[in-house]
Write a protein of this length. Structure first.
Length: 84
């Protein structure tokens, strides 16, 4: 392992490939493990990190307990689709 950092284009291609599920689970795991072992840089991960965040709280009987999480996840999924 050369421990070379990915340039922005390589990182983008790799993560879009993962988001599109173009690689097997084993290939995705191997890439992420190698990136972690190498030590990912801020540049490699900041341009593509989409993190859904929502509260787990009861809004009443008319909505499920994790409705905020469902909404946040839906938004992130739609944004990811537009990125590719």
């Amino acid at each position: 392992m050369n421990k070379e950092d990915l340039n922005p284009q390589e990182a983008e291609r790799a993560f879009i490939s993962i988001l599109n599920n173009e690689q097997t689970d084993m290939q995705q795991g191997a890439f992420l493990s190698a990136l972690t072992a190498k030590g990912e840089t801020i540049t490699e991960i900041t341009d593509i990190a989409l993190i859904p965040m929502g509260q787990t709280e009861q809004h009443g009987h008319h909505l499920p307990l994790e409705v905020d999480n469902y909404i946040a996840t839906g938004i992130v999924e739609r944004v990811a689709i537009k990125l590719v």
